[in-house]
Design a protein. Structure first.
Length: 128
């Protein structure tokens, strides 16, 4: 059985095919548009996260640098106090050992006169 199509039916069939192709193309186009939009959004979110991370790194780096500067300043103060302590030690030691009637020579003279002692001054102090 041969199917006979009239020109009206052919035009109608042709129109339906055109509409179907158009709708299929529209769906494909929309799908591509939606996919592209989602990719763009994903990229923007990634970029926003990277920007937040960069700001956080900069903030933490600044805080670390400030702590490092404070540590260096503390070390410098410790060095100054060590120098001052050494200076004061040398001054006190000179008062103990040098000059007429210094404490070391007076203590040794007392021992030589017969003071009863259990200990003696170190030889390196007496030899200086």
């Amino acid at each position: 059985m041969l199917l006979r199509l009239s020109s009206v039916n052919l035009r109608l069939l042709s129109s339906k095919i055109c509409v179907a192709r158009f709708l299929n193309a529209s769906v494909n186009c929309f799908s591509m548009f939606w996919s592209s939009t989602l990719y763009t959004i994903k990229s923007l979110w990634r970029q926003e996260d990277q920007t937040k991370n960069a700001l956080e790194i900069a903030k933490k780096s600044g805080a670390l640098y400030d702590k490092f500067v404070n540590f260096i300043e503390s070390l410098q103060k410790i060095g100054e106090h060590i120098d001052k302590s050494k200076e004061m030690y040398e001054k006190a030691y000179n008062q103990l050992k040098n000059g007429k009637g210094n404490l070391i020579s007076q203590a040794e003279n007392i021992k030589k006169m017969g003071a009863i002692t259990k200990k003696s001054l170190p030889k390196d102090i007496l030899d200086e």
